[in-house]
Design a protein around this ligand. Sequence first.
Ligand SMILES: NC(=O)c1ccc[n+]([C@@H]2O[C@H](COP(=O)([O-])OP(=O)(O)OC[C@H]3O[C@@H](n4cnc5c(N)ncnc54)[C@H](OP(=O)(O)O)[C@@H]3O)[C@@H](O)[C@H]2O)c1
Length: 344
Amino acid sequence: MATFGEFDAMRHAFALAAEPENRRGPNPRVGCVVIDSAGTVVGEGSHRGIGSPHAEVVALAAAGDAARGATAIVTLEPCSHTGTTGPCTQALIDAGVRRVVYAQTDPNPLAAGGAQVLADAGIDVEGDVLAHLAERINPEWTVAVTTDRPFVTLKIAATLDGRVAASDGSSQWISGPAARKYVHQLRSEADAVLVGTGTAIADNPSLNDRRSESSHQPRPVVLGRRDVPADSSLRSNPDTIWLRTNDLSEALTDLFEQGIRHVLVEGGPTIATALIEADLVDRLIWFVSPKLLGAGASAISQLGISSVDAVLEWTIGDVKTVGEDVCLVMSRKEYVPEQISEII
Ligand SMILES: NC(=O)c1ccc[n+]([C@@H]2O[C@H](COP(=O)([O-])OP(=O)(O)OC[C@H]3O[C@@H](n4cnc5c(N)ncnc54)[C@H](OP(=O)(O)O)[C@@H]3O)[C@@H](O)[C@H]2O)c1
């Protein structure tokens, strides 16, 4: 049974996992704290993304000899497989830790089974400690590795009457500058930003994060069969992924296989409707701008619903004003927190 000190250390490990620079990429966010028998922290660390050492390895290195006989507190079950780095189970065994406490059981079939390996080596192992919080550290990654497709965040910016473009086709800018800046932050937190060919042709977007402090650019993705003009920004970006299909499952599988675990969709009503209809939206971020158009494209078109009884309901997890706009963050089923500060 985990002690109070171990619960405290686990919360600290969550905070390490949630450091902003640990957010993206194909790997989960993981934090690890090594404590001695008096509960003193002797080493800590987090995983900084693919290719960098796992959290356990960083924390054990920081602990040095103090790891012998100590307890390792980890937010995710230690891996037992060799990927771009060696198995963490072996590092824990070699360091001589006495006990391992972890929160989330690894949902990734490739890496699971670490707890058994540790137990077989005579280490006292306890799992599922604060597991309900741990899954929320990595909602995008957890959905991705259990469904073999990226987590999908759909962003829509609409007027009060639900329009995303005027009747002349113009749509820039429905939302205000603060909301647009916020969208750039959302881009920086995703692995990829996707639009359909309709938006790529109509708006010639760049889909990059243009805030001065940005250090990461998501991969732009264009979905659809039509050609996009030769002089478009997306054509001149060598990182753009072109998915020449209308098959959403095929497209998402393709992105997953390219290491993308979280895609932000900024497409027009056609892509938005198709994703919602296919129940492929994990998080919906809807900006409502206090403006009226009265005509023009609706954010969502036909969903085949003819009665209120069949309405698609969403769970609101967060509502905030962003500049002059209102931002609603929603999920179809259980709300998926957007910010780690919401849970620790
Ligand atoms: N306010 C906002 O939030 C916002 C955001 C984005 C765009 N917009 C506006 O929306 C308008 C563009 O709307 P749009 O609906 O044409 O853009 P879109 O949804 O980005 O692109 C539509 C195209 O996606 C392709 N596609 C790929 N998979 C599909 C599927 N499963 N089902 C249907 N189509 C699929 C089709 O192209 P192919 O025929 O080439 O296969 C389709 O024509 C523009 O006026 C733009 O400014 C507004």
